[in-house]
Design a protein around this ligand. Structure first.
Ligand SMILES: [Zn+2]
Length: 396
């Protein structure tokens, strides 16, 4: 089954510095925490009262929304879930797991669980996915330093691939969602169908919980925005949320993580974007269709997106990045994020991912005319031909 959004996990091995100690960005919509915020605790009777107020099918609503918007069964979801409750043993020893766990060091576990029970960790994602919009005032990354490169690359990708991508928006995901009660409320009402009063009560409580933990940085802990994904809305989504468009979401947490593990080269964040745009190429060309099912189907489209991304990055009419350096960055990147081989969200092993990227670069290298670029379908035909080799078990 076609997932309407495609999430991709990123990992790191060492603690990051970016974002630590940053003051929240000034925002018109910011809601000042109430004076009781610091004293809120997850075990307070207020939590029980709020939970009693939730609809009986609350857990189903949360799960249904994740399924509807393609946020479940992703490696990212597995990783973050694993960090909170240790439910996914396959992720427990991966570098990304260690990194994410490190991000949450010192944060009260019952508070984390309470935020989780109230779907608090999904709010920034839906805020960007459903209510975000492309705007020239948007910035990318905690310090805004990714803004120009990502916007430039998005323009380049739209020109490079041979379909009309003009309606695909590039949208940031920031932690500032949690500093605006109004933005939290619109997720609780719009996505989960809560009435306005309950939504506000829960939003204020979740915000108070977040503000009670300095390490959560009022929403700027990378855990809240540790994702990047491509989304293609279904007609019913647009009907419910007018203005919803095809989009690529780039979370601040992901970019902080890349920088934090030492992937300073711009090929890392641009590679993430080019991979996600590869998914848009797939949506536009129905390339999610194949005889494969389950993890093998997901692996094919993920590896294809790696190949599309690298082809763009190193092509002279695309990103024009140095191929060897780009592949070095890709190899490092793939090696830190592997998790859950049997999961539907599996991207392929690090070796398979590197082979796909190497293939993408080789298509550029093999062209007799370096100025010539392949269309999406012509490139895919080459990819499908080598896919069996890419996923074949290693001989040694
Ligand atoms: Zn992907």
């Amino acid at each position: 089954m076609l997932k309407k959004s495609t999430s991709c996990a990123f990992a790191a091995g060492i603690a990051i510095a970016l974002g630590l100690g940053l003051a929240p960005a000034a925002m018109a919509e910011t809601t000042t925490p109430t004076s009781t915020a610091a004293s809120v605790t997850a075990g307070a009777p207020q939590l029980d009262a709020l939970r009693a107020e939730l609809p009986a099918d609350w857990a189903d609503r949360v799960a249904d929304a994740r399924a509807r918007f393609g946020l479940d069964a992703t490696t990212w979801a597995d990783q973050t879930r694993s960090v909170i409750d240790g439910s996914d043993y396959q992720c427990a020893t991966t570098p990304v797991n260690a990194w994410l766990t490190g991000q949450l060091a010192g944060i009260d576990r019952p508070t984390m669980q309470a935020i989780d029970q109230l779907a608090g960790f999904d709010l920034a994602t839906y805020d960007a996915l459903i209510f975000g919009a492309q705007d020239k005032r948007n910035t990318f990354g905690y310090d805004g330093s990714y803004t120009n490169e990502l916007n430039r690359t998005m323009d380049g990708l739209k020109k490079f691939w041979d379909f009309d991508g003009s309606d695909i928006q590039l949208i940031p995901m920031h932690g500032d969602t949690y500093r605006s009660i109004d933005r939290m409320v619109r997720v609780y009402t719009g996505v989960y169908g809560l009435d306005a009063d309950s939504a506000r009560e829960i939003a204020e409580y979740v915000q108070a919980l977040i503000f009670s933990q300095p390490g959560l940085r009022q929403g700027d802990n990378p855990y809240f925005t540790f994702n990047a994904f491509a989304f293609d809305p279904a007609p019913e989504d647009v009907e419910q949320f007018p203005g919803l468009t095809k989009r690529i979401i780039m979370g601040d947490g992901v970019m902080a993580g890349l920088r934090g593990i030492g992937l300073q080269d711009k090929a890392a964040p641009l590679g993430v974007l080019a991979h996600e745009y590869g998914h848009q190429v797939q949506y536009a060309n129905n390339l999610f269709e194949s005889p494969l099912t389950g993890p093998e189907a997901t692996r094919r489209t993920e590896l294809m997106a790696d190949a599309y991304g690298t082809y763009y990055l190193v092509h002279s009419r695309g990103g024009a990045l140095n191929a060897a350096r780009t592949l070095d960055v890709a190899a490092s990147f793939y090696n830190v994020g592997d998790c859950a081989f049997t999961n539907d969200g599996h991207h392929g092993t690090p070796n398979q991912r590197l082979k796909s990227s190497t293939f993408g670069a080789s298509v550029v290298d093999a062209a007799s005319n370096q100025g010539h670029k392949l269309g999406a379908l012509a490139f895919d035909a080459k990819f499908e031909a080598v896919l069996p080799e890419i996923v074949a078990p290693d001989a040694h």
